[in-house]
Structure formats: structure tokens, C-alpha cells
Design a protein around this ligand. Structure first.
Ligand code: KIV
Length: 273
């Protein structure tokens, strides 16, 4: 039997994600927001696809993740689900869809699951949103937690700088991570926190941690697809590794197309009926 999920064509489930941590296999996650890219990264063998509320930034051009709505997230998650046969699809619950009260949170999560066919939801925050997470879990909906830099709280933080550098915030993060595991979250994203803190949390928990800007001690990693493919040149934090320069590729291809149209070279005789 294969020990690496990349060679294993079976559907990835939340229990397989937990098993991967137990046997020490790192978990690879990327974002996607549409059918075509979801299909490509699923075929490449990605373990989990996050329909992130970063769609607000990279798809809609907003400065923050706050404006994206539940309807928008459901639409993006539907498109992704249509392209995926193997990876586990996780959909972010957008700002305003779960903080108000736990019943609203449950209704929002049920809409995501029913209408988009995502297989889990992700929620930002710790003790403040515990009741909402418990209510969603009680309906049989898997929840991924998200601690550290939680971009939906940008107006509270005032900056996208590294979180939990001080003792008090680090202690709260550790407590929140323990709590999220104890109530039943199947994984926890740790965003932009010191690597030593992320490694400590990862070593203590049985559920996997998925890091972004949180160092190599996490059980898995997640990046925004547009950032790692070089489609979003304006964003270059220290933690980001660029695996391609698709922004330049697109620019050059479109430039050549424009030239060919302008000088009458496209279409040629073999490209017409
Ligand atoms: O929305 C998103 O893309 C995320 C990742 C950065 C973890 O939440």
C-alpha cells in the first residue's frame, strides 16, 4: 500500500488527513477559486484545496477579505468542486457569516455544504467563535480552524505583520489550538506566527497544523495559488516561494498575440475554414 497520498488515487477525506499526520506524511494544500485551476491542481496530486476568502483579493481585487459574501464563496466553491475528484475541498466561511450567533453560523455552513459540495469549512478565530464551531460540528460538518494572523480581523490588528510574538498572544494561541482540537476540528491553519511557536503547537496536537508563514514544523503547508505561480507580483512576503512566473508568461503571450493580430499574421491559412 502506498504511504504517499500523491501516488494514491483514492479520495482524500478528513480522516485520511488526520492519518497523514499520524504517519508523518506532510500535507500539501493550495487555494483555488475556479473549475480550471482546481482541476489542474487536483490532477497534480494536491491533498487539500482551500476555496479561500483570499478570492476577495486575488479574484475580485479588493484590499481585504471583508467584502466577499456567502453567495460569492458558494459560487467559487461550486466551481472548484466541479473540477475536483480526489482532493479534499475546504471552503472558507466569509466575514459576517458566523460571528453574529451560532445559529447563523450553522445555517451559513449548511448552505456551503448543500449548495457547493465542499467537504469542510474553515473558520478564523479561537475562543470567540467556539460556540459557532461547536454548533457546526454537531451537524456533522468538518471544521478546519485558523489561528495567528486572521485576515478577517485586519481592522483590529491594523497590520498584516507576524502575530503572537509576545508571550500573552502566544499563550492564547496555544490555548485556542488545544480548544479547537478538543472540540473536534480536524486541522488548524497557523498563519504568520513564529516558527518555534508553530512547531510547539504542532508537536503537542494530534490534529494536523497547516502553516502559511509559520515555518517547517507544521504538519502541512498552504499557499495562495496566484502568489506561488507568480500571477500576483505585488505580493512578496518573506514566506512566499514562487514556483513559476506565470505573470510574465501571460504578459509575453498576450503581447505576441496582439502583434500577430495587428500585423495580419493571425489567423493564417491553416487557422481558418
Ligand atoms: O483565504 C485564504 O487563502 C486563506 C489562506 C491564506 C490560509 O485563508
Amino acid at each position: 500500500m502506498s504511504t504517499n497520498t500523491t501516488d494514491d488515487k483514492r479520495k482524500v477525506t478528513t480522516s485520511r488527513i488526520t492519518e497523514m499526520k499520524a504517519r508523518g506524511e506532510k500535507i500539501a494544500m493550495l487555494t483555488a477559486y475556479d473549475y480550471t485551476t482546481a482541476k489542474l491542481i487536483d490532477e497534480a496530486g494536491i491533498d487539500m484545496i482551500l476555496v479561500g476568502d483570499s478570492a476577495s483579493n486575488v479574484m475580485a481585487g479588493n484590499a481585504t477579505t471583508l467584502p466577499i459574501t456567502l453567495d460569492h464563496m458558494i459560487y467559487h466553491a461550486q466551481c472548484v468542486s466541479n473540477g475536483v475528484s480526489r482532493a479534499l475541498v475546504v471552503c472558507d466561511m466569509p466575514f459576517g457569516s458566523y460571528q453574529g450567533d451560532s445559529l447563523e453560523a450553522l445555517h451559513s455552513a449548511i448552505r456551503i455544504m448543500k449548495e457547493s459540495r465542499a467537504e469542510a469549512v474553515k473558520i478564523e478565530g479561537g475562543s470567540e467563535v467556539r460556540e459557532s464551531i461547536e454548533r457546526i460540528l454537531s451537524a456533522g460538518i468538518p471544521v478546519m480552524g485558523h489561528l495567528g494572523l486572521t485576515p478577517q480581523s485586519i481592522n483590529k490588528f491594523g497590520t498584516y505583520a507576524v502575530r503572537a510574538k509576545g508571550e500573552a498572544e502566544a499563550e492564547k494561541l496555544i490555548e485556542d489550538a488545544r480548544m479547537l482540537e478538543s472540540i473536534g476540528c480536524f486541522a488548524i491553519v497557523l498563519e504568520k506566527i513564529p516558527a518555534a511557536l508553530a512547531a510547539r503547537v504542532s508537536a503537542e496536537l494530534h490534529v494536523p497544523t497547516i502553516g502559511i508563514g509559520a515555518g517547517s514544523g507544521c504538519d502541512g503547508q498552504v499557499l495562495v495559488l496566484h502568489d506561488m505561480l507568480g500571477l500576483n507580483k505585488g505580493f512578496s512576503p518573506k514566506f512566499l516561494r514562487r514556483y513559476a512566473d506565470l505573470g510574465s508568461e501571460v504578459n509575453s503571450a498576450v503581447g505576441r498575440y496582439i502583434d500577430d493580430v495587428k500585423n495580419g499574421d493571425f489567423p493564417n491559412a491553416s487557422e481558418q475554414y
